[in-house]
Design a binder for this molecule. Structure first.
Ligand SMILES: [Zn+2]
Length: 345
């Protein structure tokens, strides 16, 4: 069992409430960094000093937050109303167990039993605004006494492994956090490495923007989990990325065209070391690169991701070999990184 992934995914950290994850990561990295601090937004920023060979400042980002829900009220029956934090498909919500607020009160997103459905109810999609979280409260006051407005709720999923496959919640982006922790546990790099464990990515790349502005790096790498859609299709659609085929390298998404020099450097490094890799199908979605790239005078940035199925649901799936390859690749990418890689002519 990969204990690091288990600890990181079972911890809760819905956007804006990342404290539990932050404290866990702080304890895991403290002995491997020279300094760390938490900024006003809640980003955990750690400095691992380099060997002195290079005076570059390199930032590596992974976001701590996960998608979840925020309590917005309760009805007379004692059922909690909620809003979504981050992109969650309403169809992934019904019947799921959640943990509400800092005390982790267990609730279930209620659903009408199939026995009682009639007519079009079998085929229509229930909107999240019509759903409630049931924590077993008997009326409105009892419900709001236990879960205040503004409290957040996270999915409840135990981490499991089966062979090379791992299943759990919040691999987006705790798997990126795990890679970044592994990078900090290695020997120093030629330059100062700024590890940014950022907040509020799922609600619009908010933490990374502040973190990168503060760090003011010469280049940034973003570690992510990217949606794999490699199940059998009815049409002949090419998969976004596939599980088990190695690190996914971003080229373009809805917010960025990744720095082409960095992309070719990353792929060259992978090829040199015989690490399998795949390009993430250019298209929609976005990562913290979208926020970092256009800060200050521009920061060369690129994203490397671990493919994950069933993103933003209570049960994601990753391949542990892909994870190991992302660790290996990013270590090599940092190890060989020089000013020449990003120099434009
Ligand atoms: Zn993510």
């Amino acid at each position: 069992m990969n204990e690091l992934l288990q600890q990181l995914t079972e911890a809760i950290g819905v956007s804006s409430r990342e404290k539990e994850v932050r404290i866990l990561i702080r304890d895991l990295i403290e002995d491997h960094v020279d300094e760390w601090h938490v900024d006003t937004m809640g980003n955990l920023i750690a400095l691992k000093r380099g060997t002195g060979q290079s005076d570059l400042r390199v930032m590596v980002d992974a976001h701590m937050d996960e998608v979840g829900l925020m309590i917005t009220g309760a009805d007379a029956q004692g059922m909690l109303k909620f809003e979504k934090l981050g992109g969650i498909d309403d169809r992934a919500l019904l019947g799921k167990v959640v943990q509400v607020g800092p005390k982790k009160i267990i609730g279930v997103i209620g659903a009408k039993p199939i026995h009682l459905l009639t007519g079009s109810q079998y085929t229509s999609i229930v909107k999240h605004s019509a759903m409630r979280i049931d924590i077993g409260a008997k009326n409105k006051d009892a419900a709001l006494g236990k879960a205040k407005i503004g409290a957040t709720a996270a999915f409840l999923t135990a981490y499991e492994e089966s062979g090379n496959t791992a299943i759990g919640k919040a691999f987006d982006d705790r798997v990126g956090c795990a890679v970044l922790i592994e990078l900090l546990r290695a020997d120093p790099y030629p330059f100062d490495l700024y590890a940014a464990f950022t907040v509020q990515e799922e609600v619009g790349l908010r933490g990374a923007q502040v973190a990168a502005y503060g760090i003011n790096p010469d280049a940034a790498f973003v570690l992510e989990s990217t949606p794999a859609y490699d199940m059998p299709n009815e049409e002949d659609a090419s998969p976004n990325v596939s599980l088990g085929k190695g690190p996914a390298i971003y080229v373009m998404d809805s917010r960025t065209i990744q720095n082409p020099r960095l992309v070719s450097y990353i792929t060259r490094t992978a090829a040199d070391l015989d690490i399998p890799f795949q390009f993430r199908q250019p298209g929609g979605g976005g990562t913290n690169t979208g926020a970092i790239q256009r800060l200050r005078g521009g920061i060369p940035s690129a994203t490397i991701a671990v493919p994950g199925r069933y993103m933003h649901t209570p049960a994601m799936m990753i391949n542990l070999q892909d994870y190991a390859h992302v660790v290996q690749l990013t270590r090599a990418v940092l190890g060989g990184f020089t000013q020449d890689v990003i120099k434009r002519n």
